[in-house]
Design a protein around this ligand. Structure first.
Ligand code: PDD
Length: 286
């Protein structure tokens, strides 16, 4: 059955949705996005995603096309119309269609393009990967210097994901100047002697909404969290490793560049944080 998607104010079957070939998102990757998970038909950490959307738009001098209430309404409509129980809502805002190709921004009154769609994915919460963990390789981080803005320029993360597939592992960790920045589409952590280490916030990484919640929950549970960069060698010598993202929540990493991390299976800190995250976020879901 064709999904119902949202394009610039209209709810349409996906087969009838249209965006201009001159759209700046299509020609220049001039757009930002958010991914919000759905559990039990409700949105997970929705205020966090809206706040980061505003920040991404501000950093690129784009106006927010919808109010917070309208964003919520469109998300809820799509979840309801597509009967999503577990899955996600994807939203994208671009600088719109100037009617031509030009490096300079179009006039300020050019309407932005707003697109949202859903993806159903059962087994998101009860994910078997939480019981096995994933394997990663490291790749050089050659992305641009404003990774804190959630833009749709995802070519290099896609290439890194393909390098991981080719190496028969699940994901890749980016390394810059000898230190891990983040995963292809997630924030990463190691645990050593009970202390959780994750890279500090800067323009070098996306400020993960899941990261913010997990760091808060860890501290509330009296776990020590140190926000600093770490190396691949440190990860390989850690007791455990894990990653966070809106679509995966918290998942263990059991191998880095062919070397087992700790016992080579999911550790207690990642497992506990996943439980706390899911419990707390279900309670706060809208
Ligand atoms: N990716 N770092 C990068 C580069 C990301 O693309 C993402 C999210 C994260 C985690 O952020 P959050 O916890 O807010 O999801 C970190 C999304 C899920 C995606 O592109 O599908």
């Amino acid at each position: 059955m064709a999904r119902t998607v949202y394009v610039n104010g209209d709810y349409l079957p996906e087969t009838e949705a249209r965006v201009s070939i001159f759209d700046r998102g299509f020609l220049m990757a001039d757009g930002v996005y958010e991914v919000t998970s759905v559990l039990g038909g409700k949105l997970i950490d929705f205020p966090g995603h809206l706040a980061r959307l505003q920040r991404s738009l501000d950093e690129l001098s784009m106006k927010n096309p919808l109010s917070a209430d309208d964003w919520l309404e469109v998300h809820r409509q799509l979840v309801a119309r597509n009967d999503v129980d577990e899955g996600m809502v994807y939203l994208q805002v671009t600088r719109g269609n100037p009617g031509d190709r030009d490096f300079a921004f179009p006039p300020e009154d050019t309407p932005p393009t707003v697109v949202l769609f859903t993806q159903s994915k059962s087994g998101l919460a009860d994910n078997p990967v939480a019981r096995t963990g994933i394997k990663v390789i490291s790749v050089p981080d050659i992305r641009w210097g404003r990774r804190d803005i959630k833009t749709v320029q995802l070519l290099y993360p896609s290439l890194a994901k393909m390098a991981a597939k080719k190496a028969h592992v699940d994901d890749a960790w980016f390394v810059e100047d000898g230190f891990v920045t983040e995963g292809t589409s997630n924030n990463v952590y190691i645990v050593k002697g009970g202390k959780i280490v994750t890279r500090n916030l800067s323009n070098d990484i996306l400020h993960g909404i899941t990261r913010a919640a997990v760091v808060r929950f860890a501290r509330e549970a009296q776990m020590e969290v140190e926000e600093r960069a770490f190396t691949i060698a440190e990860a390989q010598a850690a007791d455990e490793a894990f990653f966070t993202s809106a679509s995966a929540f918290v998942l263990p990493v059991v191998e880095v560049d062919g070397q087992a991390v700790g016992a080579g299976k999911p550790g207690p800190v990642a497992t506990r944080l996943r439980e706390i995250y899911l419990d707390e976020m279900r309670k706060a879901a809208v």
